[in-house]
Design a protein around this ligand. Structure first.
Ligand code: HEC
Length: 157
């Protein structure tokens, strides 16, 4: 009886290990990010891009300081992007389809000192691999800007 219980415990832990690992790489989305500084509305019509659709970026106060300093970001700076489908009439946002986040985290050396994470429309981690899915583009386009592609101009009205 006792061994059975222990075994059941071990099996449970093994079952949850991958989930725990996924949770470690993708923290929950910050609850109030929609109250942060919001970017202009951006429309990407290139269907081959992961960013195809309509998107808005949200930057917390540390990230805004970083943008103002010419893309020099302090630890903890966080930027969230919300994506919406393009409907026939591109002037109206379609349904939300994805959310991504970058947070400055010096432990993430593999991805330039940033945590990269992807989420579904419901805000749950989508398990996208930050190294293979995310970092390539950011490294290519913004290696001189601490891997942040957008600039302060994207937040000007
Ligand atoms: C196809 C290339 C590409 C890939 C792949 C990509 N991004 Fe980006 N990302 C961009 C571009 C281009 C921008 C700038 C958007 C803008 O200026 O409106 C951007 C912007 C961002 C921003 C806002 C801060 C910034 O750098 O401007 C975040 C956060 C972000 N991406 C996270 C991610 C995450 C997380 C992934 C992986 C799930 C990812 N990106 C994969 C091209 C890419």
């Amino acid at each position: 009886m006792k061994t059975k219980k222990v075994l059941a415990g071990v099996v449970l832990i093994l079952l949850f290990l991958p989930l725990m690992a996924a949770a470690a790489t993708a923290p929950p989305l910050p609850k109030k990010y929609t109250t942060w500084q919001k970017s202009q509305r951006k429309v990407v019509t290139d269907k081959s891009s992961l960013f195809y659709g309509i998107h808005y970026m949200y930057a917390d106060s540390k990230a805004m300081q970083g943008y103002r300093a010419g893309n020099r970001f302090v630890e903890g700076s966080t930027i969230v992007v919300e994506f919406f489908n393009i409907k026939e009439n591109a002037s109206v946002d379609g349904p939300k389809n994805m959310v991504v986040m970058m947070r400055k985290d010096k432990k993430k050396q593999e991805t330039g000192g940033w945590l990269f994470a992807g989420y579904g429309a419901d805000g749950k981690p989508s398990g996208l691999d930050p190294v293979t899915t995310c970092f390539g583009c950011h490294q290519k386009d913004a290696s001189q800007r601490q891997f942040v592609i957008s600039t302060i101009d994207d937040y000007k009205k």
